[in-house]
Design a protein around this ligand. Structure first.
Ligand SMILES: [Ca+2]
Length: 228
């Protein structure tokens, strides 16, 4: 099972913000900046536009963001992710109780209900080689698109430093109160098979065993197909 263990460790995020009693990275990297919210009950609680931001050393073009959150309202535009340090209206929102990417060309909307005050899991990946962006809600693919315009590329707006911003809009009204349980950041687009199969960014012993078992099957199948 050496292969399986090596594969499993690849799932580990580069940064993991548990948000239990502070904004620090349990992997030892840069700390999140808070914007007026507070920590309680293992979550970061935020008011309108009081989310979190992460300073980036350089533009982030290939990544996966994994987070569990709940917003007080999901029917009118409420910002989830801002990729341009507050310089653009484009980005990922809750809107009409769905995950919505407001972008160049037609906006994209998910099919799974995004429910107010309900903890739900978002996974967003972008691969810079293919430019493919994928959005998952509770493990279900909501939409995918080829991001030729770079709308999902984390890159500074003019005169700004490069940041990933969470729950903070470029304007004053398109945001909601809410809370976030954790944020995990990977430095690559996880493959579709990797996205749905872990119940949390730090696998519980049970899911870890299932993951290893699953990889064992994959290794077994791979060996079988090579043997033919
Ligand atoms: Ca906006």
């Amino acid at each position: 099972m050496a292969t399986g263990i090596a594969q499993a460790s690849v799932h580990r995020p580069q940064q993991l913000f548990q948000l239990n009693d502070g904004p620090s990275d349990s992997r030892g990297g840069a700390t999140l900046n808070t914007h007026g919210g507070s920590f309680a009950d293992g979550h970061y609680h935020f008011g309108v536009n009081q989310g979190l931001s992460l300073q980036l050393a350089q533009p982030l073009a290939s990544y996966t963001i994994d987070m569990r959150f709940a917003l007080d309202q999901t029917s009118s535009y409420a910002r989830l992710l801002d990729f341009k340090s507050g310089a653009s209206d484009r980005g990922l929102y809750a809107y009409q109780d769905a995950l919505t990417f407001y972008r160049a060309g037609a906006s994209l909307m998910g099919t799974t209900a995004l429910q107010a005050q309900q903890m739900q899991r978002l996974q967003l990946s972008r691969d810079d080689a293919s430019k493919e962006v994928r959005a998952y809600l509770d493990g279900v693919l909501q939409f995918r698109f080829q991001d030729l315009a770079g709308d999902a590329l984390f890159q500074a707006g003019a005169g700004r430093s490069t940041q990933a911003r969470f729950f903070i809009d470029d304007g004053s009204t398109e945001a909601s109160r809410g809370r976030v349980d954790y944020i995990a950041v990977y430095d690559r687009a996880l493959r579709p098979a990797e996205l749905g199969d872990i119940s949390s960014p730090v696998p519980e012993p049970k899911s870890y065993a299932l993951l290893l078992a699953g990889l064992g099957v994959m290794v077994f199948v791979a060996r079988r197909s090579r043997a033919r």
